[in-house]
Design a protein around this ligand. Structure first.
Ligand code: FES
Length: 103
């Protein structure tokens, strides 16, 4: 995993954050995501395979299909059409209490 520099152009983690629960449909797992914690970090700590590269919402490496909830998209790699079905796990969050991914 490569660490990208923290730049002013980053769209990740720049807004108010709240905790939510990440639901993994295929893995049948529910994982809490705390404010300031990324979904990518939570998945990696839980042993769920997820490739990341930039961790800034730029490269698209971590893009995953979401199934339910209201994602707070913070990437700059997906079009609004793509965001209707996918999100960048490294920097998206949830507007609601739960977010379900196709993992
Ligand atoms: Fe690059 Fe998520 S790791 S967009």
């Amino acid at each position: 995993m490569q660490t990208a520099p923290d730049t002013a152009s980053s769209t990740c983690a720049t807004r108010t954050e709240h905790a939510f629960e990440l639901i993994l449909q295929r893995s049948q797992m529910r994982l809490p995501v705390a404010p300031g914690e990324s979904m990518a970090d939570v998945l990696q700590l839980a042993g769920v395979p997820l490739e990341t590269l930039c961790e800034q919402g730029v490269c698209g490496t971590c893009v995953t299909r979401w199934l339910d909830g209201e994602p707070d998209h913070r990437d700059s790699c997906l079009s609004s059409n793509e965001q209707a079905t996918h999100l960048a796990v490294c920097c998206a969050r949830s507007h609601g209490p739960t977010l379900t991914l196709d993992l």
